[in-house]
Design a protein around this ligand. Structure first.
Ligand code: BG6
Length: 521
């Protein structure tokens, strides 16, 4: 009798089972992760919970040190309490006391400012002690989780304090920069120049957290690991593409930043252009970081500029007024705390975009993003051309629904393919149905958060999911004529939409003028 196979103990979910035996593609050496702004909101909500989850998954190299830096006077113990609170509130997994006991000793806090040339000295001496005691090789990751106005001063202090050896030496130093990188093209160049004085491009990791999302990474797998889609992704078969990133939240407590930013700078210049690049790029010849990033850059460089009078034809900006969020009355943008009552900052933007290359010639891409829309949902839908008006599509008064591939970025991650099917019965009646894939029901468990993947990639030295300098600047270059045109229009009425609705009527007209309609996720 053949022996019964020895089975793995059952795991909760396919995701957990598939993770068994998963190891990192590259050996990751332990490092000191130095978080400037270590006691701030980003560290509390995202970075510390992400590092905790990496630890739970066995992906944080043992002996790694996590060193928060900030102006506040805080002891290590107080910092650990701060981290525990962030993990309890924001981690995708509930805090496990045993895992916490082994994670907490990796956390330290150093009170330091960057006000004068000697101000990083306490950090230097503390890092030396920590690295000596933990027998660390001296690799350092500096995370700029500080307001953008402090990026350049912090980097200059790192240079003055001789914390960084430029290049790929051993031990290595890497820097992580959060968005926004600049307020416009000139300020982005200034930040990039200042960082480039101290770090090589190979040491710089510019975060766009959308690239860390599982579903965004899956766009490449969907396109290039399935032979069904790639042959169709071009002007011969695609009618148009829509990208929607909808948020139900308002500006919250971030008016100080958002008033100066607006939706175009906050979402389009970075996250949405990244989604556009992922869905439209040519197949890279390898998964090497620069090969992938070259292909994405090519898309941004192929975008038709929207300049001068074309801005009014192709772009709609709007602001939310008072309305409802899940039945609860909410104020308009101009009534939010910290917002100028005459503010012209846009909380919504919709665009019609053309990619002037061979693959996408003549295929419009529509994008929209906004705060205080009816729900939080991000989706890319790729709509195929209609079937010819014969057979089942002969009746022009009740046309068939075209096939649509909907890639759901969040929540309810997955994708669906809308197709036509015959309704069972003696008559030939056609009905739209869906082939639907949900991450949740297939893989179970919870996918890692974007910051987990991104922090791990920095430790491993993989830049694929980070923004290269030329990409950041090309994206700014493309949005600048729109921002410049808006800056000239200081008196024209700004379209509005009530909180809880899908944007202003002007945005509906933008797409309907082309004979198409928004698809609400
Ligand atoms: C940030 C923006 O980059 O992305 C925020 O500054 C926005 O305004 C956020 O709310 C959206 O991220 P996510 O992951 O919640 O879709």
């Amino acid at each position: 009798m053949p022996e019964a196979p020895v089975l793995n103990p059952p795991k909760d979910s396919l995701f957990e089972q598939l993770k068994v035996g998963e190891t990192l593609p590259i050996a990751v050496e332990p490092a000191s992760i130095v978080i400037f702004g270590g006691a701030g909101d980003l560290a509390h909500r995202k970075l510390l919970p992400a590092l905790y989850n990496l630890h739970v998954d066995g992906l944080l190299p043992p002996r790694s040190a996590i060193v928060g830096v900030g102006r506040k006077a805080m002891t290590d113990e107080e910092y650990r309490a701060f981290a525990k609170d962030g993990i309890t509130q924001f981690s995708r997994r509930p805090l496990d006391e045993h895992a916490w006991e082994t994670f907490a000793p990796n956390l330290f806090f150093v009170t330091a400012s960057i006000d004068d040339d000697a101000s990083l000295a306490p950090l230097g001496s503390r890092l030396d002690v920590i690295e000596h005691e933990r027998e660390l090789p001296g690799h350092r990751i500096y995370y700029l989780a500080v307001p953008p106005s402090l990026f350049v001063p912090t980097v200059k202090q790192l240079q003055r304090a001789r914390f960084v050896a430029k290049g790929q030496g051993h031990p290595w130093a890497r820097i992580i920069v959060e968005k926004p990188i600049g307020h416009d093209l000139d300020s982005a160049r200034a930040i990039n120049d200042a960082i480039a004085d101290v770090f090589d491009e190979r040491q710089i990791y510019r975060i766009d957290h959308y690239l860390g999302k599982e579903t965004v990474q899956n766009i490449l797998v969907l396109r290039f690991a399935n032979s069904i889609f790639e042959p169709l992704f071009n002007q011969k078969y695609i009618d148009h593409v829509q990208i929607t990133v909808a948020e139900s939240e308002g500006v919250g407590t971030r008016a100080g930043y958002y008033e100066q930013a607006g939706a175009l700078r906050d979402m389009v210049q970075n996250h949405m252009l990244q989604l556009l690049a992922m869905v439209s790029m040519e197949p890279p010849h390898s998964l090497d970081a620069d090969v992938v990033r070259d292909e994405k850059l090519e898309v941004i460089q192929s975008l038709r500029p929207i300049e001068g009078r074309a801005v009014a034809d192709c772009v709609v900006r709007a602001q939310y007024t008072a309305g409802f969020d899940m039945g609860r009355p909410v104020p308009g943008y101009r009534e939010e705390p910290g917002v100028d009552p005459n503010s012209r900052t846009e909380t919504y933007v919709a665009l019609q975009i053309w990619i002037d290359n061979w693959r996408w010639a003549g295929v419009p891409f529509f994008m929209r993003t906004g705060k205080r829309l009816p729900k939080r949902a991000s989706e890319i839908s790729v709509q195929l051309k209609e079937v010819p008006p014969i057979l089942f599509n002969a009746n022009r008064s009740s046309k068939l629904d075209p096939n649509v591939l909907s890639i759901r970025i969040q929540p309810d991650e997955g994708f669906a393919l809308g197709i036509s099917s015959k309704i069972p019965g003696p008559r030939v009646r056609v009905y739209p149905v869906q082939m639907d894939f949900h991450y949740g029901s297939t893989f179970g468990g919870t996918s890692p958060e974007a910051y987990e993947r991104l922090l791990l990639d920095v430790m491993a030295g993989d830049q694929t999911l980070f923004m290269r300098r030329d990409m950041v600047e090309a994206a700014w270059q493309w949005v600048m004529p729109i921002l410049n045109r808006w800056a000239e229009q200081t008196t024209e009425p700004l379209p509005t939409y009530p909180a809880g609705e899908w944007g202003p009527p002007e945005a509906d007209r933008l797409i309907e003028a082309t004979g198409r309609r928004w698809r609400n996720p």
